[in-house]
Design a protein around this ligand. Structure first.
Ligand code: SGN
Ligand code: CA
Length: 543
């Protein structure tokens, strides 16, 4: 009897031990896959001032961008993506921190970024991502959280650019900046990428930022093209209040002749054309003057005859013709820049395909904000109005995003940080203010936000766009211009797509105004913005 009990006990012990071993093996297996799930790579491609009007996936009336369009075909196109503050460095700060400008402190291009902010690349790096950044950052200091970076100092230049690098100090590279940034990105993918780790790679073009210098291989083609004029090229800004009227972004009145339209400084003197701004000729020298003799000869070969032609016609051109000429010149150079960006994007996408990385890489193409391509007679950005407020956004993520889909939700650059962290399986810090876009990637659009908050600060400054904050919903846009004025603007987005009429004082909209003002006040509370902060940022600049 004792022996039977012993045997039974032994068997039971054996059974439990075996079960324990099997269970713990299974757990181990699970936990090791949990430790090492297939975390996606992130390739974040962003250009500077690339208007959605100049991407053929959005509209092909100006240019074909077949490479960028691949992302729309193979991924998701957002048609209502927008920024929180339409200007370069602030937009980048919002992207990296996932916080509005008033909280991350980078309200305008002037003061350096506060590097005590926590950015999503820092978090990804801590969690085992390999991180690299190439191109334009524009922060006034170096990025944190990157294993490798090569960034342009400030705005950078189009030719023979300098780079601030993590490992080689300051370097200068001969050539065309867009191509150089592409090469750096490709070199890193080929030679530096650690196959054991997922990566975050930020590929950040300077182009097509002012002064719009195209790649030599596109000079001829683009300077011969004629582009369709926007309906509002001759806008007189009536019916919109002070801010639109006093902004200095008009193609005819505020564009530089030498720097922007590429009229030789000598020819300006000869024709008696005064500088638009006192740095007009300097802007030309800063860029064109930087070319080496070979580059300069190639440039003169194409831009010389344009100057000759202008010299012949100038005396007989009226204001309307001058405006039209400047618009064409502007588009030729701006779109010529984009041609090289598109090519670069294609080369990087080809590399992902060739190396089998496409499958597990989230690829984003966006711009730091939108841009005016002659709409309202303008260039530049800054305003809450659509062309500057909206930004292109294309995302490809195989197996998550259905190819060729479109999303109309109001997503913002504020959302990137949380989106990327969530995609990497990391819980975003609770003080980030965006929303993860992953449900939208999967086609789940219910209960996404119904309004966004906007706040622009850089005034008084170049282009003189007054400070304003506002709310944008699917149907309306309400903005408050403040500092040296106190004006409100309301636009009916459905009825007035070009935003030509401020209906704020129209009695038919009285109820809409009340409702939106309440919603705006709620948004300011939700995002922790306030009159105290408005004043603090006014005082900061005054110092
Ligand atoms: C420069 C440009 C402006 C532009 C700002 C900000 N002038 O000052 O036209 O608005 O940068 O651009 S330039 O002739 O010097 O290029 S941003 O993209 O950095 O915000
Ligand atoms: Ca920009």
């Amino acid at each position: 009897m004792k022996i039977i009990v012993m045997k039974l006990l032994n068997r039971l012990i054996l059974f439990f031990t075996l079960t324990l071993i099997i269970v713990s093996c299974q757990q181990k297996k699970e936990s090791s896959t949990a430790e090492k799930p297939q975390r996606p790579n992130i390739l974040f491609m962003m250009s500077d001032d690339h208007a959605y009007q100049a991407i053929s996936a959005y509209s092909d009336h100006l240019i074909q961008t077949p490479q960028i369009d691949r992302l729309a075909k193979e991924g998701l196109k957002f048609t209502n993506a927008c920024v929180t503050n339409s200007i370069c460095a602030p937009s980048r700060a919002v992207i990296l921190t996932g916080k509005h400008s008033h909280l991350n402190g980078k309200i305008d291009n002037r003061l350096p970024f506060d590097t005590t902010n926590v950015t999503f690349p820092q978090i990804l790096q801590n969690e085992g991502y390999q991180t690299a950044m190439f191109g334009k950052l524009h922060f006034g200091n170096n990025p944190k959280g990157f294993d490798e970076f090569k960034i342009l100092p400030g705005q950078g230049t189009y030719y023979n650019p300098d780079f601030i690098t993590k490992n080689e100090g300051k370097i200068r590279i001969e050539g065309y900046t867009t191509d150089i940034i592409t090469e750096m990105t490709l070199d890193w993918l080929e030679d530096e990428r650690d196959a054991e780790k997922p990566f975050l790679l930020m590929y950040l073009h300077k182009a097509p930022h002012r002064e719009w210098l195209p790649a030599p291989r596109y000079y001829k083609e683009y300077t011969k093209k004629t582009f369709v004029e926007p309906e509002t090229l001759f806008d007189d800004y009536k019916g919109r209040g002070t801010a639109a009227k006093t902004a200095e972004m008009n193609l005819l009145k505020h564009m530089n002749w030498a720097g922007d339209s590429k009229i030789y400084p000598e020819l300006m003197d000869e024709l008696g054309i005064p500088e638009t701004a006192n740095w007009d000729k300097n802007a030309f020298e800063r860029e064109v003057g930087r070319m080496n003799p070979v580059q300069r000869a190639e440039w003169d070969k194409v831009y010389g005859p344009i100057n000759e032609e202008f010299k012949k016609n100038y005396a007989n051109m009226n204001e309307k013709e001058l405006m039209q000429w400047r618009y064409q010149r502007y588009m030729q150079d701006y779109l010529g820049c984009i041609a090289a960006v598109d090519e670069g994007v294609g080369r990087v996408l080809d590399y992902l395909d060739r190396s089998g990385l496409s499958e597990n890489t989230i690829v984003v193409y966006t711009s730091d904000q939108g841009f005016y391509l002659g709409e309202h007679g303008w260039f530049d950005k800054r305003f809450i109005y659509d062309e500057s407020f909206k930004t292109p956004l294309l995302v490809r993520w195989p197996n998550v995003i259905t190819p060729g889909t479109t999303n109309t939700q109001m997503v913002q650059n504020l959302d990137f940080a949380q989106t990327f962290l969530t995609a990497a399986g990391i819980t975003p810090p609770s003080d980030m203010q965006g929303e993860s876009l992953i449900p939208l990637f999967k086609g789940e659009t219910e209960n996404f936000r119904d309004a966004v908050y906007y706040h622009y600060y850089e005034y008084p400054a170049v282009h003189m766009v007054k400070r304003h904050y506002g709310i944008v919903t699917e149907d309306y846009k309400l903005a408050h211009f403040y500092y040296d004025i106190d004006e409100w603007g309301l636009y009916d987005r459905k009825k007035d797509v070009h935003e030509m009429t401020n209906v704020y004082d129209d009695p038919a909209y009285a109820e809409v105004v009340i409702k939106l003002k309440n919603q705006l006040a709620d948004l300011r509370v939700k995002y922790k913005d306030s009159e105290e902060l408005d004043q603090m940022y006014i005082d900061q600049v005054a110092k």
